[in-house]
Design a protein around this ligand. Structure first.
Ligand code: FAD
Length: 321
């Protein structure tokens, strides 16, 4: 069972005090770190339990401008640059926050307390996985949580998409541009996706609909060689001859600790004001996948990390006047 933390029970007398505290060390948080450090704000960044964020779980990153290499290498360079510019990076995971009044309070594991005039939230989102054993073994060896990112690596290969919502159909249609066959595996006989999206997808001749089907096993030793599926109505099994499998069963934003502190949307992403990174609480900013359920890319996260830092710097300057 997860331990719950009541921030009021902790003593903040000796808390570490900073102008700006950034929560999260993915592309958004590290970029916010670079910009706020260069603005002389002496930021402190709390890495979380996935230092470097989602990109450390992938191999080649082929769509980040100016970069040719792996995800972990890219994130190591971003982290180096962030530290070189003067941002202090620490290990720890935020367990509770109090944004009800300024300065804001942050409690991080292992039992560290922080006080900040401004906070930048960059805690990202996590792709949902099926959780079956063979999936863990072949993750990033044919199984991916991001068709936009990894799809083009499967040019001229048959692939499958698992899901039935808008994202699944969008992913499938994207993949039809360069994959001969795209199997769409959906556990029901009706899609959750919007009618407009369904109409477009139904027109694609190379989408093969695997209705009422669930993944039983991802097949392969080193790399994915096929996907065994079960028809839940007939109980029959068959194995799809695919080299790539794309999970599109949703993302969960890492916002549990912010519930009741900043406004979230119906899908628990942090709400920001139009064209900026201001949240519902003055002095708290959000960037990257934690507030972006549409684009979810390294480039867009870096972009909004930069915006959050600039918004934060300007807001702090206004408070001094
Ligand atoms: C398998 C895979 C492959 C991908 N490939 C590409 C690609 O090729 N190109 C591309 O552009 N995008 C790719 N993406 C998407 C890209 O990784 C994300 O869009 C991007 O990482 C989002 O950045 P972020 O900084 O918002 O959040 P994240 O990268 O999710 O980072 C979140 C950070 O927050 C921290 N955190 C979370 N909770 C807490 C807490 N309570 N306290 C402190 N810290 C916390 C975590 O430790 C982590 O450091 C891929 C994603 C996946 C899953």
């Amino acid at each position: 069972m997860k331990k719950t933390y009541n921030i009021e029970e902790f003593d903040f007398t000796n808390a570490i005090k900073r102008n700006v505290i950034i929560i999260g060390s993915g592309p958004a948080g590290l970029t916010a770190g670079i910009y706020t450090a260069r603005a002389g704000l002496k930021p402190l960044l709390i890495r979380g339990n996935e230092p470097g964020g989602q990109l450390v779980t992938t191999t080649d990153v082929e769509n980040y401008s100016g970069w040719k290499g792996t995800g972990p290498e890219l994130m190591m360079k971003m982290e180096e640059q962030c530290e070189e510019q003067g941002c202090e990076l620490i290990y720890g995971t935020v367990k509770a926050v109090d944004f009800s009044k300024r300065p804001f309070k942050i409690l991080a594991y292992p039992d560290k307390t922080f006080i900040a005039d401004a906070v930048i939230i960059a805690t990202g989102a996590s792709a949902r996985w099926l959780g079956i054993e063979s999936e863990k073994k072949l993750q990033n060896r044919g199984i991916s949580g991001c068709a936009t990112c990894d799809g083009p690596m499967y040019r001229q290969e048959n692939v499958c998409v698992i899901g039935g919502g808008d994202v699944a159909l969008e992913d499938a249609m994207f993949l039809t541009r360069f994959c001969p066959k795209v199997h769409l595996i959906h556990r029901r006989d009706k899609l959750r996706a919007s009618k407009a999206m369904q109409k477009k997808a139904m027109q694609k001749e190379n989408i093969i609909w695997e209705w009422n089907s669930v993944v039983e096993e991802f097949v392969g030793d080193e790399d994915l060689e096929g996907v065994k599926i079960k028809d839940v109505k007939t109980g029959e099994f068959k194995t799809l001859d695919v080299k790539g499998a794309f999970l599109a069963i949703g993302h969960s934003p890492n916002t549990t600790i912010f519930k009741g502190q900043v406004d979230l949307n119906d899908h628990n992403y942090i709400k920001t004001k139009p064209n900026c990174t201001y949240t519902s609480v003055e002095g708290v900013f959000a960037c990257g996948d934690v507030m972006d359920w549409v684009y979810r890319q390294a480039a867009t996260s870096v972009g909004s990390g930069c915006m959050a830092a600039i918004d934060c710097e300007r807001w702090l300057a206004e408070q001094e006047n």
